[in-house]
Design a protein around this ligand. Sequence first.
Ligand code: DGI
Length: 148
Amino acid sequence: MERTFLMVKPDGVQRNLIGKIVTRFEEKGFQLVGAKFIHVSENIAEQHYAEHKEKPFFTELVDFITSGPVFAMVWQGEGVIAKSRLMMGKTDPLEALPGTIRGDFGVVKHKNIIHGSDGRESAQREISLFFREEEIVEYNKLLDSWIY
Ligand code: DGI
């Protein structure tokens, strides 16, 4: 089953949005298979944002994601990578549609509440950057027979 990496960023944590965000993905029918509340180290932050290394806002990105605790998660489900990107909304919260997480809760690009992998390759890379294999929990949910 497909998996993705989602993370409530420091602004989402400070604004008490962890519960609401988790609820959206639970209610959609996706399954939480990994979670941890952590302070991201500078080293992990730089690896996580490696594709933005040349961008002028790279230092800002690393400073922000290391500025406070984050809630890192692995979610599983059919089409979870693309669907969670839709549920997050566009990068710029002012462009993100109402009903999306960024559209409902964010205002500026550099404080956009949530991160989510943008494809299969990045999902795999990000999951293994933040989680060890044994930290991913495999389990059956009875409800799945009413979702699939
Ligand atoms: O995958 P996304 O998070 O939607 O967006 P992305 O991979 O293009 O950018 C990663 C993060 O970088 C994004 O969530 C917010 C931040 N960002 C993107 N563009 C800018 C930016 N931050 C600043 N300060 N300025 C930008 O232009």
